[in-house]
Write a protein that binds this ligand. Structure first.
Ligand code: ADP
Length: 502
């Protein structure tokens, strides 16, 4: 019955009785090592110096009794089963012994019960120990679940939540009342494809583990990413009784992944743009330079008369100016990118500024057969505001030059509207317009709508990027409204703090 040698302490003062009991145990095939004692002192000494699996004790001894012995055992090693073997002691005393913690009592004239009583007592001890181990394990596990940095949630087989750990509440923002008894569907964001949850159920109902990344929604309606794993718990018959879902918050990881991808895309785009810019730039710089060098050489040729040579000089001057514009643009964009451009504000009259610009550019427009119109909001209104005149002029020049460049007939109009806290400026043209998918992009460096057309009109794709940077330097914003084929209107809005002059 038992596979190990039992160590037994046996208290008995009648040698014959002891012999009877020991023979009974031997006949049962019990392997044992017995310390037989007959006095209180012997009992106490052996008890304190050894570790026993079982204690057997007579009840009536000279100057000593089984109850006192039991109490001493309870103090020293209460886990060791104590069986009292005695003559008739009466029912009350027997009950008293059991109450005090004895595992059993066996009458000397019913010794055949002893092996059964021992087996039962030892089994109980084993079960108790196993229970203790299981309880410790359980405590360890529940502590791990409670303190887990990942969210853990246990549902019944229908998906109704029975338990969630503190991290679950932290991540979801819900309270125990809102969670327990509810479905995990409360966390659905509506951003996952429809079939996903069906796939998930099919997988877990078949007893397999489902793993995947999901977008959840917390109680505030904010979304968060989780790396989820759901597995089933089955009963002894293999029937699913629970599901355990473990969610790791990977929102930050996802965010940095996305940032990395978009940074990579931006870097590739910028690389591509820079290569095409360099190709374009070398063309833009070489074309005027070739003309300048070519026509300068012709100037030294005595075959050409003075009139022809004056013609060459004007070509040289025009190309020199083009080159200067390109170089200025490159310098501007690098200074703006490096944050080296400073703003020098002065008080300006808006009508004066606009008329001044119109006067300077009107001839250029007329050369192309188009009108450059300046429209004042109110002829008598002297609108003064504080800004950087040079930067403002540069913005207007870029926008008006583009408008003239991309308009074959009609007009270019410059106007403004004074609003509550801003002034809205507009440069409108009746030109070729801008395709919708380019209306945002053209403000980026080196972007031109279509290479062949831009080539026809010249330019380097830097003007609008410089303009946008300048508008932002003046704390404003710029945008375009355009219908391809029907002209464009570039708007820019600058702050207009109304100063109380009184
Ligand atoms: P570019 O030197 O090429 O003109 P910009 O940055 O000033 O460089 O303009 C970028 C592109 O935006 C132009 O090449 C052109 O395709 C488009 N664009 C700018 N202004 C206009 C306009 N008024 N009408 C039509 N297209 C325009």
């Amino acid at each position: 019955m038992l596979h190990r040698k039992l160590k037994i302490l046996y208290l008995e003062d009648v040698p014959l009785d002891a012999e009877l009991v020991i023979s009974k145990l031997i006949s049962e095939g019990l392997e044992m090592e017995i310390d037989l004692v007959s006095t209180e002192k012997g009992f106490v000494d052996f008890l304190s110096g050894n570790k026993y699996d079982l204690i057997l004790s007579d009840y009536n001894l000279p100057m000593y009794d089984g109850m006192t012995a039991l109490r001493q055992v309870q103090k020293v090693c209460s886990e060791v089963p104590f069986i009292c073997i005695s003559g008739t002691i009466g029912e009350d005393l027997a009950v008293e012994l059991l109450k005090e913690g004895a595992a059993d009592y066996v009458l000397k004239d019913r010794l055949e019960r002893l092996p059964y009583a021992i087996r039962r007592a030892l089994n109980e001890v084993e079960e108790k120990n196993a229970r203790k181990v299981a309880e410790t394990e359980l405590k360890k596990l529940s502590k791990a679940v409670e303190n887990s940095p990942v969210s853990i949630c246990i549902t019944d087989k229908n998906g109704l939540i029975e338990y969630a750990n503190p991290r679950f509440y932290e991540m979801s923002g819900y309270t125990v009342e809102e969670v327990v008894g509810n479905k995990t569907a409360i966390l659905r964001s509506g951003l996952m494809y429809k079939g996903l949850y069906k796939d998930m159920w099919v997988t877990i109902l078949s007893g397999k583990i489902w793993k995947g990344e999901l977008i959840n929604k917390n109680s505030n309606g904010e979304i968060y990413w989780v790396n989820k794993s759901i597995s089933s718990i089955t009963d002894a018959e293999g029937q699913i009784i629970h599901f355990v879902s473990v969610d790791e918050d990977i929102t930050e990881k996802k965010r940095s992944e996305e940032e990395l991808i978009s940074a990579k895309e931006r870097a590739e785009e910028s690389d591509r743009l820079k290569s095409s810019f360099l190709a374009n730039m070398s063309h833009e710089i070489r074309t005027p330079l070739n003309s300048i060098i070519g026509f300068s050489e012709l100037l030294t040729d005595p075959d050409f008369d003075q009139e022809r040579k004056l013609g060459f000089v004007s070509v040289i001057i025009e190309n020199g100016n083009n080159l200067l514009t390109i170089i200025n643009d490159i310098l501007d964009i690098s200074r703006l990118a490096a944050g080296k451009v400073r703003v020098h504000n002065t008080f300006l009259s808006v009508p004066q500024l606009i008329f001044g610009i119109q006067k300077e550019l009107v001839f250029k427009a007329r050369e192309k057969g188009i009108e450059l119109i300046a429209t004042l909001e109110n002829q008598n209104d002297e609108v003064m505001f504080e800004s950087d005149a040079d930067r403002l002029k540069q913005i207007f020049y870029n926008l008006i030059n583009n408008a003239i460049k991309f308009t074959e007939s009609g007009y270019v109009e410059v106007k403004y509207t004074v609003k509550e806290k801003t002034i809205l400026f507009a440069v409108k043209d009746t030109g070729i317009g801008i395709p919708h998918d380019f209306q945002e992009k053209i403000f980026h460096e080196f972007i031109q709508v279509e290479s062949s057309l831009s080539r026809k009109h010249g330019g380097n794709g830097l003007g609008l990027s410089i303009t946008k940077n300048l508008v932002e330097l003046l704390k404003g914003k710029i945008w375009v409204e355009s219908e391809p084929g029907n002209g464009s209107t570039f708007y820019f809005e600058l702050p207009y703090p109304r100063v109380d002059m009184k």
